[in-house]
Ligand binder design. Structure first.
Ligand SMILES: Nc1ncnc2c1ncn2[C@@H]1O[C@H](COP(=O)(O)OP(=O)(O)OP(=O)(O)O)[C@@H](O)[C@H]1O
Length: 216
């Protein structure tokens, strides 16, 4: 069904520039993403997709340009930005002595969810880690660790979800699940930006493709 109401812009990036030493990786990058919209950054290895994502989430500081999330300027310390933004861009560092379920429980409570137990159970089921709920992160397979990383984003409130190659190390069913899950998030009004090399995921999510690094 077409929504008549105009959807809010959740992410606005203007004039982003990032160099490492003398090498400019990204220049004059602009992006606007509304509620219920997904954008996939695509392009060759080294094109600058992760660099852009790192600037969006405050993990790296752009040399020029502005990043607004929910109308607030991106700084990691801004609580309004942190409330709106869920992100999985690197392999997460987990607490070595906290079990899978304890990680998710901690995050859900830290974000003040009313029913943390229900949400944690639900997400554990979605990422198929129910049987591993009591295991420590070091005992998980690499794909299971990836699922736990994704679960940390799904267990908390969010308006904007930023994911860097979320398909990494997921099996075929996992990639299919992720496509459905992101589609559901979009239907609930979330905005999503991902970098991906997996056309089937981009298609399943219905993401608008933005090509990075092709002007050089
Ligand atoms: N901290 C850094 N110092 C120097 N160069 C860097 C740094 N981080 C990234 N680069 C360089 O910036 C370029 C863009 O890297 P980036 O990780 O953004 O690419 P990408 O599009 O995400 O690639 P991939 O598809 O391989 O993940 C690469 O040439 C990389 O070597």
């Amino acid at each position: 069904m077409a929504h008549v109401a105009k959807r809010d812009v959740v992410l606005k990036v203007e004039g982003l520039k990032k160099s490492y030493g003398p090498v400019t990786i990204v220049e004059n990058f602009n992006l606007s993403v509304r509620e219920g919209e997904a954008v996939a950054l695509v392009g060759r290895n080294g094109a600058g997709k992760s660099t852009i994502l790192r600037c969006l989430v405050g993990a790296d500081r752009p040399d020029e340009g502005t990043v607004l999330i929910g109308g607030n300027r991106m700084t990691e310390t801004n609580p309004a930005v942190r409330r709106d933004l869920a992100t999985v861009i690197d392999d997460l560092d987990f607490f070595p002595d906290l079990a899978v379920v304890e990680h998710l429980d901690l995050l859900a409570r830290a974000h003040g969810l009313e029913d943390p137990d229900d949400i944690v159970d639900d997400v554990l089921e979605q990422v198929q880690l129910v049987q591993q709920a009591g295991q420590l992160p070091s005992t998980l397979s690499s794909g299971q660790r990836r699922r736990l990383a994704l679960a940390t984003a799904f267990v908390r409130p969010r308006r904007l979800l930023v994911l860097d190659e979320p398909e990494q190390r997921l099996d075929v069913q996992g990639v299919e699940w992720l496509g459905r899950k992101l589609r559901e998030d979009l239907d609930e009004g979330l905005a999503i930006v991902l970098a991906s090399h997996e056309p089937s995921l981009i298609a399943a999510v219905g993401a608008r493709e933005v090509h990075v690094g092709e002007q050089q």
